[in-house]
Ligand binder design. Structure first.
Ligand SMILES: C[S@@+](CC[C@H](N)C(=O)[O-])C[C@H]1O[C@@H](n2cnc3c(N)ncnc32)[C@H](O)[C@@H]1O
Length: 458
């Protein structure tokens, strides 16, 4: 790989004898991995290679999964490079907690944290970039996370509405991305000597907003996918020096991981509590992770929010007539009502099941709130794709296993033709492949009308 000369010189100086192994590692292929969705473990395990587990991540494995594979489309796995998986493991959310992933797209860490919450508590997955936020929402949907809100705001906007709201906050910061050069060699073109310092300034602004939203006693995890001390050790040193109510927490170092280097910042020995993952020492890409606890006696929010948001989001209750239509749909589609619906909220014609967590959403741009149940259309209810990947498979009255050819046709958007009708009336059912539910279909006589979302068709 063609690395900038200044980059090579910088790391020769910083790493000394180790720099040759470091520079050589850029000619090796990027590390690949996947995490199995804990809600689909039994169905997924027989379909993937689990011979190479990642020691530091539950349900994490080395290896590659293709985007068309059923284990991917059904939300059975999330492909994520191995080092990045350690960030979620360090966050270690507990069921019931309120967690914010502030820079969340495309959703690697959010899907991990969402799984850790196991349906209890709330995850807010936020992304500032609208296009990337849409991808984030799709990945949250695919992973079947019910108690998650996806938002598209700047950190300052959120800090204005949610002071001291979260038990845990992850800032997986936008950075100079040096640790991803092997995955995306184009990124070397944007690199210049002052880029890390520019990124560090933005990271400090984001962290300040994050700290405003942290509850007293809460945990902040700061991570980057870069090697530059300006964004890693030096931002950590700045946090500790600027906010005495923060204490660095020790992160476990598994084989191949090393302590962060205090001499690359202000010499604060606590910096060693953070961890570095280097591609010449571990099977994965470059990462830096630091963890902090905010003193439990912190009274006022740590920093003042700067901007007030404008957008308003109003959630309403479905009417009695709409509930009758929805209940009718449930009775026709499911064997019995096997799951307890949470709070049902109406937004326009869209019905959602939302968390009952105390999180005001006025002024927040919400892309997705909990489970999208479907849409009211005149006198009928049209279910959302969410139901296919989120609800227990055996709860659908109609389930239809398709072969590889029909699976590919359905992903493409085609109507399927059955040898004989499955039901004697029009009904929504679950399509499965390799026994994993991946889409809804409307069964009408011998046809299955395609309800695979247009945006996901391949
Ligand atoms: C390293 S990526 C996040 C990766 C993600 N956590 C994952 O695991 O899939 C950083 C994200 O920060 C977003 N970002 C860029 N500028 C930002 C800003 N000023 N404030 C907050 N987020 C920002 C980027 O759009 C990008 O999606």
């Amino acid at each position: 790989m063609n690395l900038p000369d200044a980059f090579i010189e910088k790391y020769q100086q910083l790493l000394g004898a180790q720099s040759t192994a470091f520079i050589t590692s850029f000619n090796q292929p990027a590390g690949k991995g996947f995490r199995i969705n804990p809600t689909k473990l039994d169905a997924v395990k027989p379909l993937v290679n689990t011979k190479a587990p990642i020691a530091y991540v539950e349900n994490g494995y080395y290896g590659a999964i293709r985007g068309r594979d059923i284990v991917h489309t059904s939300g059975g796995v999330y492909s994520q490079e191995p080092s990045a998986m350690y960030v979620g493991a360090v966050v270690q959310a507990n069921p019931g907690e309120m967690v914010l992933d502030l820079c969340a797209a495309p959703g690697g860490k959010s899907t991990h944290i969402g799984s850790q919450l196991a349906g209890e508590g709330l995850l807010v997955a936020n992304e500032i970039n609208p296009k990337r936020a849409k991808v984030l929402a799709e990945n949250i949907e695919r992973f079947g996370l019910r108690n998650t809100v996806v938002t598209n705001n700047s950190p300052e906007q959120l800090a204005a509405v949610w002071p001291q709201k979260f038990d845990k906050i992850l800032v997986d910061a936008p950075c100079s991305g040096e640790g991803m050069f092997r995955k995306d060699p184009e990124a070397t073109k944007y690199w210049h000597t002052t880029y890390p310092a520019e990124c560090a300034r933005r990271q400090k602004d984001i962290l300040q907003s994050a700290l405003t939203m942290l509850k007293p006693g809460g945990t902040l995890v700061y991570s980057t996918c870069t090697f530059s001390p300006e964004e890693d050790e030096q931002v950590m040193a700045w946090l500790l020096a600027t906010y005495p109510s923060l204490t660095a927490q020790t992160i476990e170092k598994f084989p191949g991981m090393v302590a962060a280097n205090p001499t690359w910042a202000d010499g604060n020995p606590d910096i060693q509590k953070a961890v570095r993952l280097w591609p010449h020492l571990i099977r994965g890409e470059g990462h830096f992770i630091a963890k902090f606890q905010l003193a439990s006696n912190t009274t006022a929010p740590i920093a003042l929010a700067k901007k007030t948001p404008k957008k308003q989001q109003v959630n309403g209750q479905p009417t009695k007539a709409q509930m009758a239509i929805f209940n009718d749909f449930v009775a026709q589609t499911f064997k019995q009502d096997p799951f307890t619906w949470g709070h049902l909220k109406l937004q326009g014609v869209y019905l959602h099941e939302v968390s009952d967590a105390d999180l005001p959403l006025q002024g927040v741009k919400v892309l997705r709130n909990g489970l999208n149940l479907g849409t009211f259309k005149k006198n009928r209810f049209e279910p959302d794709h969410d139901l296919a990947v989120t609800l227990p498979q055996n709860s659908f009255k109609v389930q239809h296993e398709v072969d590889e050819v029909a699976y590919q046709q359905y992903l493409h958007g085609d109507i399927l033709t059955l040898p004989k009708p499955i039901a004697d009336h029009k009904v929504f059912g679950l399509l499965t492949h390799e026994d994993l539910g991946f889409a809804l279909g409307k069964f009408v006589n011998q046809q299955v009308k395609n309800f695979y979302p247009k945006g996901l068709r391949q």
